[in-house]
Design a protein. Structure first.
Length: 317
């Protein structure tokens, strides 16, 4: 049990495995706590590696101004960068919900704020950054971060932030708002696929929207691929559609035969069965379906193939 944080915890996230076994906690007091299990053979022992104030408390005339708590966070999954966290907060008194990027510096062994991203705004009831997600980096020269909020302007509820890698470090290159993702009650969750090219968002309306953030055209704007609604899903308890039954051979279709095994479909239009080791054909006449004959008929000896009966027509079974 982790007891250092006495405030409600809104989000948790394990770090990438190349950073060890660590977990970050988003606390409503504005702090991010990072716990580490130093001994992987004793997973009951977790210690606080460090913590930092994600949204520092400014002091004006010796009075503490209300500050947002931490509501969501996500790790940078890239193994080629220093440990980084993107943190989304609750709204302050002005309705601004901030989004910030923090980085761990080995030289000073502390977390420092690296970038301030475009946040989310809702002035009437106050908004929150409900979810943040750092896209996997598959050989790209930049990072993508998605943030979802409860903006009063529905066109601003889902944003994709771009961070450029430069010789001087990581620089913020702006954000793109996905206007087609807005919902009346805001967006609650965002998630990337494993390659960081497909983004999904969900909200209160029972709608999941899937976006392609790397479209084939040259516009560079994310493209809405699909909109999934819960009303389109089958109702609970409904019988699933029956699978298509395998087509069985009919009387006119010849089943596969093997040498030395029974063979149906004689040369006279009836059934002809050749028993194992026999060269003489037999003709079948109707019989009860429970018969052991392959076609439910009893075998009757037919005339020799070379000497058919003249003027007599053999009726098919």
């Amino acid at each position: 049990m982790l007891l250092n944080c006495k405030q409600p915890i809104k989000d948790i996230a394990f770090c990438p495995n190349h950073f060890g076994l660590k977990i970050a906690l988003a606390c409503t007091n504005g702090r991010v706590y990072i716990y580490e299990a130093r001994d992987v053979m004793n997973l009951s022992d977790w210690t606080v590696e460090t913590f930092f104030d994600a949204f520092e408390q400014p002091q004006v005339q010796r009075e503490v101004v209300s500050h947002p708590g931490v509501r969501s966070l996500a790790w940078n999954p890239s193994k080629f960068d220093h440990p980084m966290l993107v943190v989304g907060g609750d709204s302050d008194d002005d309705g601004n919900a901030p989004v910030r990027v923090w980085q761990y510096f080995d030289a000073t062994r502390e977390w420092k704020q690296l970038l301030e991203l475009d946040g989310h705004l809702r002035r009437d009831t106050g908004g929150h950054v409900n979810s943040v997600a750092w896209a996997p980096n598959m050989g790209r020269s930049f990072h993508l971060i998605a943030s979802a909020g409860q903006d009063q302007d529905q066109n601003e509820q889902l944003k994709v932030h771009r961070l450029e890698r430069t010789p001087a470090g990581v620089q913020y290159a702006g954000a793109t708002a996905l206007s087609s993702a807005g919902l009346p009650q805001g967006i609650w969750r965002v998630a990337w696929n494993v390659t960081g090219t497909i983004l999904a968002s969900s909200g209160d309306e029972g709608v999941v929207r899937v976006f392609d953030v790397a479209p084939a055209d040259s516009s560079g704007q994310p493209e809405l691929l699909r909109e999934l609604r819960l009303g389109d899903a089958p109702k609970p308890g409904a019988a699933p559609s029956a699978p298509t039954a395998a087509r069985r051979p009919t009387a006119t279709s010849a089943p596969p035969t093997a040498r030395g095994r029974s063979s149906h479909r004689g040369r006279f239009g009836g059934c002809r069965r050749r028993s194992r080791g026999s060269t003489r054909p037999t003709r079948c006449t109707p019989r009860s379906p429970s018969s052991s004959s392959p076609c439910g008929a009893s075998p009757v000896r037919a005339h020799s193939r070379a000497t058919p009966v003249r003027g007599r027509r053999l009726a098919p079974c």
